[in-house]
Design a protein around this ligand. Sequence first.
Ligand code: PMV
Length: 303
Amino acid sequence: MKSPAKAILFGEHAVVYGYRAISMAINLYSYVNIKESNDITLYLHNLNKSLTINLEELKTINPLKFGDFKYSLMAIKKVYEYLDINNGIFTEISSQIPVSCGLGSSASITLSLIRGISNFFGYSLTDDEIAELGYQVEKEVQGKASRTDTATITYKGTLEIKKNKMKKINNDLLKSCKFLVVFVENRKKGTSEIIKDVAKCKDKDIIFKEIDALIDEFYNIDDKRILGNLMYRNHLLLKKLNISTPKIDKIVEIGNIYGYGAKLTGAGGGGCVLILVDESREKELINRLINENVKIFDCKVVY
Ligand code: PMV
């Protein structure tokens, strides 16, 4: 079983204040491989760490006390409770999604586990049930969660999010777009801390209205050049919120010169830049990025 990652195309932070955001599922994946077992064993391939508990322990443990395993254990616990499963599993979890940088790596693993385990035991849960279970896992682990990651990764494609209401959108322009997700630097702060910093910005409402207006424009275009420009304008507005960094800005400028446009994606304070690729200049773009010591991932929206 595999699940994609997510990237926000427009509207991060504005969405926290009830404005719209557009998110998309992208082709970076987490994977789970499940086999029969007497106990519950989780093997985290990327970290080369494993944990075994028995079925009785699963009922009573607090997954939050299990560090790197907390999302996976919570996902297993939730799906086991929901489906009343009484058999063990050995599950190997691996991921190509960079962590803690706004691409939904934990949500992706959570959803791979929920889908993988339910399929393994012969259940076919609906996407709505899966998205809800995924959201419950994130909420229990994080205390507070938005539905953006779990919904985007469950339903795939492109979603408009407003006040935690999701609407799938069908955008032909995006189907033909190639993006680069560029991991620029680790974030120095977590999402909730950055949200608190944004709350102190006195111009935030004007900025959010301008970001929301970009989404109206987005719905009325069919040209990658204009889409890239809208992304760049969104970035400049995020910069006004003080959530960009010099290194992020530098990569965005490169994306803007050698691609159709670029912006930071996610909460900010570091993390990733999303670049809309101009295929006629892709080599130049990549050569330019390689000099910056960043990690580059080729991405498309997945449906
Ligand atoms: O995916 P993150 O954790 O980088 O958060 C990005 C989106 C925010 O708007 C900042 C928060 C949210 O929950 O919508």
